[in-house]
Design a protein around this ligand. Structure first.
Ligand code: MSP
Length: 472
């Protein structure tokens, strides 16, 4: 398919409530997907839930629920949050969907028939938090640094997938950007990992985890949760496992993910695809983590900022704006509620909100039947910034070039005085303000969709409504 754009988020573990990190990836993906939709590119945006594995089974047990019951509840919570954040996805894939499960079994059978999957034994360390096998070198003081727990020692019969026979090809594809990893530092990190370590064959089944997809050739095993989860990027497009019937939207143009799951996405995932004879995604885009007051959010430290708290304080578009403008997408970013309140008041309540209410009020009695600006094209204006995933810079530019300038222009020209002294001058000033504000509304369409519509409506109907209430 030509002129198409397929973008994905990771699928989120259905063992706990959605948090700010999930919202961060998803809002950024949504902004990008919306931007391609605005350009009339055929766009598909996939998100969803990762619902199998030991981690979820454990959580269900703790809560005395059936795993299916737990994942149904958590999936609904995520869906509700996406609605509140105005996320316009095209499909919400769940790995407990019967169609997904079937496609996983077909893929497993294909690889088994090819001899790429064979029966063996796995002996090593496993972190349930990551649902990943660990090397000694991944640990800090014997513990998984992401979960701060000692991994389990595992020794069991397992089906293995061959890895190292594809390593050279993988390195070459990453080096040549055939399979792009961005930002550049993550490409370097993965290349250095791949050049210094020989990939070990991967255990792709578990004998002691019942909550998973049974292997079609040995029902006493279930599929390793990452094998099951990664293929969501294809089943989410309706793929049934037939390697000769690849959906038109494939390959993904951009797959968004956090740095903690880069290695899986840059090793296991492409190797699975190579074995299956399927094209690799064009690009992985890796983002950093959100820190709260310089530290990883943790209940023990008490620095967790909840996404519900953000939504309550800042509303849908306030939250979207604060997440997207908090720092460079790709780097770790540090947030505090205090700084976000300050930024909300400065940029949204006093900046944009004030501008809208002043312009709408002043232009009350003027008829601007043709307010659409013809000089600039909002898509071209944003294009380089949004397509490079420089969301914070794109927003910063709209504020410094337009929002702040327009507010300053009002203060300098004092239109309320002009209205009394020179009707012609007054109308000229107002025309510029209305045009600029209309342009701002267009520029904000992918970042703050509801605000964009509201500004246009206020300009067109003169209806006044406060967009961003000041927070005291
Ligand atoms: N289920 C796996 C992904 C499977 S994809 C085939 C998973 N799920 S997750 O729910 O733990 O995390 C999903 C995403 O959220 C990851 O990209 C992760 O980086 C991101 N975040 C989790 N905490 C985060 C922050 N504090 N900040 C930013 N994003 C972080 O991993």
């Amino acid at each position: 398919m030509k002129n198409k754009f397929y973008i994905t988020t990771p699928i989120y573990y259905a063992n706990a409530q959605p948090h700010i990190g999930h919202a961060y990836t998803t809002v950024a993906t949504d902004a990008l997907a919306r931007f391609y939709k605005l350009q009339k590119t055929k766009t598909f945006f996939l998100t969803g839930m990762d619902e199998h594995g030991a981690k979820i089974a454990q959580k269900a047990k703790e809560e005395s629920k059936k795993p299916q019951e737990l994942v149904n509840e958590v999936s609904d919570d995520f869906k509700k949050l996406w609605q509140e954040l105005d996320i316009e996805y095209d499909n919400f894939i769940r790995t407990t969907n019967p169609e997904h499960k079937k496609a996983i079994q077909v893929s497993l059978q294909t690889l088994y028939d090819k001899g790429v999957i064979y029966k063996g034994e796995y002996e090593g360390l496993y972190c349930v938090g990551c649902e990943q096998f660990k090397n000694e070198s991944d640990l800090v003081d014997g513990k998984c640094p992401d979960h701060n727990v000692e991994p389990e020692v595992m020794k069991e019969e397992s089906y293995m997938m061959k890895m190292d026979e594809r390593q050279t090809e993988l390195i070459q594809k990453i080096e040549s950007d055939d399979f792009k990893i961005r930002p550049e530092k993550y490409k370097k990190e993965i290349l250095s990992f791949l050049k210094n370590n020989e990939l070990e064959d991967l255990s792709i089944s578990r004998k002691n985890v019942n909550w998973g997809i049974p292997l079609p050739f040995d029902e006493t095993h279930t599929a390793y949760v990452w094998f099951d989860a990664l293929l969501n990027y294809l089943t989410g497009l309706g793929w049934n496992g037939d390697v000769n019937k690849i959906p038109d939207f494939w390959p993904a143009n951009i797959q968004m993910l956090g740095k903690d799951i880069l290695r899986v996405h840059a090793t296991i995932w492409p190797i699975m695809l190579m074995h299956l004879g399927i094209e690799l995604p064009k690009q992985l885009f890796v983002h950093g983590h959100i820190l709260s007051d310089g530290k990883k959010m943790s209940k023990t430290i008490g620095n967790v900022i909840s996404i519900d708290e953000m939504l309550e304080k800042f509303g849908t578009d306030g939250t979207r704006y604060l997440l997207l403008s908090a720092g460079t997408f790709g780097e770790d970013i540090d947030i505090t509620i205090e700084r976000m309140v300050e930024k909300y008041n400065a940029d949204l309540a006093n900046g944009l909100g004030n501008l809208v209410s002043r312009v709408v009020k002043l232009s009350e009695n003027i008829d601007f039947s043709n307010i659409e600006r013809k000089i600039y094209d909002p898509i071209q204006w944003n294009k380089m910034f949004i397509e490079s995933l420089w969301f914070d810079k794109a927003l910063e530019r709209i504020w410094s070039h337009l929002v702040q300038k327009s507010n300053k222009y009002i203060e300098e020209t004092k239109p309320w005085e002009l209205a009394k002294s020179s009707k012609k001058e007054f109308e000229k000033v107002m025309e510029k303000l209305v045009e600029d504000l209309y342009f701002i509304a267009q520029l904000l369409e992918s970042f703050m969709p509801e605000t964009s519509i509201k500004i246009k409506q206020q300009l067109e109907t003169g209806k006044k409504e406060i967009l961003f209430e000041r927070i005291k």
